[in-house]
Write a protein that binds this ligand. Structure first.
Ligand code: DC
Length: 223
């Protein structure tokens, strides 16, 4: 059976999650936010007082740690050791912790295994950093979304302030650029565009315009 697996990769704030969610809804398939899984592990490190960069410290709690996802009215819920952490993982400090913890190969392989299981069982749109390049190298549809750093910082700013979190735009841009360097620079399965991915610069496009572009590409190739 040919699964519809759609990989959407790119840096923070490129619009991946909004577009992936919309695309999944239009195609009536599942949306898997893989960043949420690394965020859950980052949250665990923070709550245990373990530095997410400390490989031995992270590998010590990893085997007894369970990250799972479920769906409620079509929306993903992320669970850490059985507890719903969907809201807690969106707090700003968790972003950097997720980026730091995701460089450890043992962390990635544990999450990648889960992602591959889900993609093998269901038609799904996955967003992340290494989906097209590492998790699902044979995915039939691969996209790489990018945008100028100032646009990405502004989007994050709007997102966080809408949730009532206070933040500083310039600091957010610095954080985003630091996270880009971190995610692109790690040795194992870094953020990169797969050779056969379609690149879309979303800087000057609305989420709806990007969704349409991807939808056309998917429908065009399926027809
Ligand atoms: O997509 P996000 O901002 O929620 O992801 C948080 C961090 O998790 C990101 O900075 C790097 C890591 N991540 C990853 O390494 N691989 C993925 N497939 C998804 C996220």
């Amino acid at each position: 059976m040919n699964r519809i697996n759609i990989a959407i990769d790119g840096p923070a704030g490129a619009g991946k999650s909004t577009v992936a969610r919309a695309l999944a809804e239009r195609l009536n398939i599942l949306y898997l936010d893989t960043g949420a899984m690394y965020r859950a592990l980052g949250l665990k490190a923070l709550s245990l007082g373990v530095d997410p960069n400390d490989r031995a410290g992270v590998e010590a709690f990893l085997p007894a740690t369970e990250v799972t996802v479920g769906y409620e009215n079509g929306a993903q819920r992320t669970f850490l050791d059985g507890k719903d952490v969907s809201a807690a993982i969106r707090e700003h400090p968790v972003s950097k912790a997720a980026s730091d913890i995701s460089k450890h190969p043992a962390v990635r392989m544990k999450m990648v295994e889960l992602q591959r299981q889900i993609a093998a069982a269901r038609d799904v749109v996955l967003d992340g950093r290494d989906i097209g390049s590492f998790v699902l190298p044979d995915a039939p549809f691969k996209f790489y979304l990018d945008a100028r750093p100032e646009v990405r910082a502004r989007r994050r700013y709007d997102e966080l302030t809408a949730k009532g979190q206070t933040c500083d735009l310039a600091a957010l841009q610095r954080d985003i650029e630091e996270r880009d360097r971190n995610d692109k620079g790690r040795d194992f399965a870094p953020l990169k565009q797969a050779a056969d991915a379609v690149r879309v610069d979303t800087s000057d496009l609305s989420a709806e315009e990007v969704t349409q572009k991807l939808l056309e590409a998917v429908r065009g190739r399926k027809a």
